[in-house]
Design a protein around this ligand. Structure first.
Ligand SMILES: Cc1ncc(COP(=O)(O)O)c(C=O)c1O
Length: 383
């Protein structure tokens, strides 16, 4: 069947103030976690319609916004959410910051798996809380060491779960999530589940939403359309918790920090996304899956000594480059200098990960091919 969306279509994002594409014209970028894909027409039409009104005053969140999330999670993830469990937030990171501030005190422990999305560490440190790291165990894939998790939770007020996980690109299984919930209950720890990468699942088994399996009264889920629909710049997300008392505390905190109100363009496009754009997500996942296979096959065919870890969820690939370098920052800097390719350095996701780089494969096939050729040439010439 013919695809409806053309993910091969390339948009020139240079000179558009894009973080990812703020590079010279010879350089290609597989760094920051947004996609190089056109959003579905339903989303851009919703923005145009809103724009055509020609007046952009204060705006409120209508019920249809939350209903769109409820519809999507029921249909795609078989998870029942209720309208009264929701509150609006301008971004997932803003929610995490507010939650840390309002639900813990200075010098309290906040635990999380490592490696992990770098901004979580900043949120903990900027609020003068103490990071309690739970290293994931690196084998074929990454695994949880539940005894390490238990030790950390004993000294924590909050645990931040990232599921599916950035940067290792795996989801946590239902069994793992239930064990995490049980330990959080045992030590009376708030459990934040950041599910921003929820729908990037390459059409394999779906990720497991916390709210599908949890009755933890200290559970808080953070959802957003920004990764899968490429709308991070719209600044639109939600906090969801069946614990209304807890939700009220967070809502008050979001208001006090002035991150609980929508921008003019942040509502209608999201309603369109979660109501009418499932086909886009299916085709996008297919496309990313093929890109991942391209990377794996190229590495094999060219006998590169790079291991692709995980990566069936999210559009991020975590590559073990230890055969070539144990100083990822140097490797990444040289790759940019000599091969004109920008990728993420492993140490961003914590200092010990100097054997890894992170690449973002949500881009056109031609860019993936170009990246692989440049990487190959660079490795052959320098190692
Ligand atoms: C796991 C995770 N959470 C949150 C964010 C940022 O979300 P937001 O822009 O809504 O703050 C990212 C962005 O890469 C991410 O990977």
């Amino acid at each position: 069947m013919k695809n409806r969306y053309n993910f091969d279509f390339s948009i020139n994002r240079r000179l558009t103030h894009s973080y990812k594409w703020d590079v010279d014209c010879k350089t290609i970028s597989l760094s920051i976690a947004d996609t190089d894909f056109l959003v579905p027409k339903e989303i851009s039409d919703a923005i145009k319609k809103r724009s055509d009104l020609g007046t952009y005053g204060y705006t409120y969140v209508p019920n249809e916004y939350y209903d769109a999330y409820i519809y999507w999670w029921k249909n795609r993830h078989n998870t029942l959410l209720k309208r009264e469990w929701f509150t609006f937030s301008t971004s997932v990171v803003a929610s995490i910051d507010v939650i840390i501030k309002r639900l813990s005190k200075e010098n309290d422990g906040v635990s999380l798996f490592s490696p992990n999305y770098n901004v979580f560490y900043n949120c903990i440190l900027n609020n003068h809380r103490v990071i309690k790291e739970v290293p994931l165990i690196y084998k074929e894939d990454y695994e949880i060491d539940f005894s390490l998790l238990e030790e950390a939770l004993k000294e924590s007020k909050i645990f931040i779960l990232c599921n599916p996980h950035n940067p290792i690109g795996r989801r946590f299984s239902e069994e793992e999530i239930i064990r995490i919930i049980d330990l959080c209950k045992k030590y009376d720890v708030y459990l934040i589940s950041d599910e921003i990468h929820a729908d990037l699942d390459y059409n394999e088994e779906r990720y497991v939403p916390l709210l599908k399996v949890s009755d933890h009264e200290k559970g808080i889920t953070l959802l957003s359309p920004s990764k899968v629909f490429n709308v991070a710049g719209l600044h639109s997300s939600v906090v969801v918790s069946p614990n209304i008392e807890l939700l009220n505390i967070i809502e008050k905190g979001l208001g006090e920090d002035d991150v609980g109100e929508p921008s003019y363009f942040s509502i209608e496009p999201v309603i369109e996304a979660f109501t009418n754009c499932e086909e886009y997500v299916n085709e996008e996942n297919e496309y990313i899956k093929i890109n991942r296979e391209e990377v794996i096959n190229f590495i094999k065919d060219n006998d590169l000594k790079i291991r692709v870890v995980g990566g069936r969820y999210t559009y991020l690939l975590w590559l073990d480059i230890s055969f070539y370098s144990k100083d990822t920052q140097k490797f990444v800097d040289e790759l940019k200098d000599k091969a004109k390719v920008v990728v993420g350095s492993g140490v961003i996701y914590h200092e010990y990960f100097s054997n890894f780089i992170r690449i973002n494969i949500a881009t056109q096939k031609v860019i993936i091919k170009e990246f692989l050729n440049r990487l190959n040439d660079y490795l052959k010439e320098n190692y």
